[in-house]
Design a protein around this ligand. Sequence first.
Ligand code: APR
Length: 310
Amino acid sequence: MRKKIALIGGGQIGGVLALLCTQKELGDVVIIDIPKAEGMIKGKALDLMESRPHDGYDVTLTGSSDYADIKGADVVAITAGVPRRPGMSRDDLLEINLKIITDVANNVKKYAPNAFVIVVSNPLDAIVYAFYKVSGFKKNKVVGMAGALDSARFRAFIAMETGLSTQDVSCMVLGGHGPTMVPLPRLATVGGVPIDKLLPGEKIEAIVDRTRKAGTEIVQLLGNGSAYFSPAASITEMIEAYLKDKKRVIPSAACCEGEYGIDGYFIGVPCVIGAGGIERILEIDLTDDEKAALNKTLEAVKKTVSETKL
Ligand code: APR
């Protein structure tokens, strides 16, 4: 039997995500959105159904505003909410997206209580925390998508600056999904070669800075909304790791209970994603500067989480 993937939110990210899940034949896809957007998601689902013959995909896609249609989903990916516009920070979205996630969490709990849930809506670290609190799901079944995207951006910039293949770039971004995130250039390599052997220090600093601001760079360029291709690709990677029990190591916002000295907060850390959901959080030794940066990002996450009053 095919797996069932529920996408809550069928906007920019949700639409591309539906396409990628189809092209990888990860499972049947149900896209849920608000009643006002029902025509739009039914249209997207039908359009995708009609694209399948070109490559012979057999998974099915449907669009609905009725949460009962996510019944028994194996994976739920949540992009419901509003995106940033130029001049806005992710934290500016808290009030509206918190209301939305509360409604979504109650419905997911009701209809898909065994799903692996990937939260994407911003401000990510607070919204994933809110989902966890409202749903009462186990911590291994709830994760925020941020590190996969931030690391992909870091990798892309290293590949662009070195002229080497993205495939060979390996790196990690820890912390909150915002300007305080902690890219770790010390651990970045291309084909196992440390990047400080390939790029001058100032170039590496510029890449780190660009990574921190990469989401904002796209918001400014688009002028009306935030990034969607790269977020959708990042979510797909996480869905695939779970459904195929790949044991991928993907930086993700996971609930720490003592790891990195953090307790009770979702924050970006290296996670093993397999059939058990977040199976492990890997701990690495950080330098004093990296520890200080992680503490700073934790303070930023705590502040936004405190505003959820959960
Ligand atoms: N239930 C389901 N869907 C909802 C709900 C809800 N309660 N409220 C809003 N939506 C839908 C909207 O109707 C819209 O179709 O969520 C969708 C969001 O799509 P976009 O506005 O295109 O936003 P997108 O670019 O996909 O980003 C979604 O992810 O990266 C974050 O900051 C981003 O919070 C934003 C989210």
